[in-house]
Design a protein around this ligand. Sequence first.
Ligand code: GDP
Length: 300
Amino acid sequence: MARLRARLAGSNNALARGLLMLLSSDRLDDETWEDFEDTLLTSDMGVGPTTELVEKLRTRLRVEGISEPSAATAVLREELIALVDPSLDRDLHADRSGELPGVLMVVGVNGTGKTTTCGKLARVLVAENKDVLLGAADTFRAAAADQLETWGGRVGVPTVRGAEGADPASVAFDAVTAGIEQEVDVVVVDTAGRLHTKTGLMDELGKIRRVIEKKAPVGEVLLVLDATTGQNGLTQARVFAQEIGITGIVLTKLDGSAKGGIVIQVQRELGVPVKLIGLGEGVDDLAPFDPAAFVDALLE
Ligand code: GDP
């Protein structure tokens, strides 16, 4: 919690300051509400959720006769948490079942933080006393397997890789096979994310999934999304969601962004929960997404 606050401080706090300043202004007139709406929009919350939030807030403050800033902030907190939807299942479904390890596929466009997330995710799982194996199925980007292996070394887990340019599906297959032989609990498979060949990429990811599933069920397909990329990121996310189906979102680079509202927008758009958030480049900078803690950090 404290770490989340510290990491978001100075970035999202621009949003918090804006909102709190507006809520504490003497008169909540139309102009103030418009400024409030603009502040939410600049956080990438999206038009739909923003309008909904502002209407709910205006109505509640009026009906409940609230004018005092701290009471108004409490209402804002409640409504923001409701928008983030605390009822969504944010657990990672990557448990071993019988002889088979849980498999997590990590997908997303290059540069979003996929490989870094695989490393940090391995760290989270190791901290839960799980045996983890990393699979480097991004055989397209030259340094990707090296980078993943470095992460493996850092968090103390083995990495299975193929030759550069090898068939990614066969590397994923080998990784899951090794995971079964070594009786690990979870195999985390990193994948390629070159955007300029969209159809090719989606076909490749579909193939990787099918090939893995010859050996073990895929428990999660996690889409890594860079919080700083706004509408672009959202457009990419839609393609992944439609073409391969995703079960959860990892929103990275929230530490350097004043765009925390993207959490709300992306969940709305894709109907898939944000499960993890990236708060930096370090080994411990991946946190489970907790709606109340997140909103508190936004309003801190
Ligand atoms: P990939 O191409 O999707 O595999 O992306 P990488 O894992 O190589 O990450 C791209 C860059 O983003 C690297 O410099 C990472 O250190 C950085 N990065 C990844 N996640 C985060 C995060 O949560 N916060 C910050 N500030 N940087 C991150």
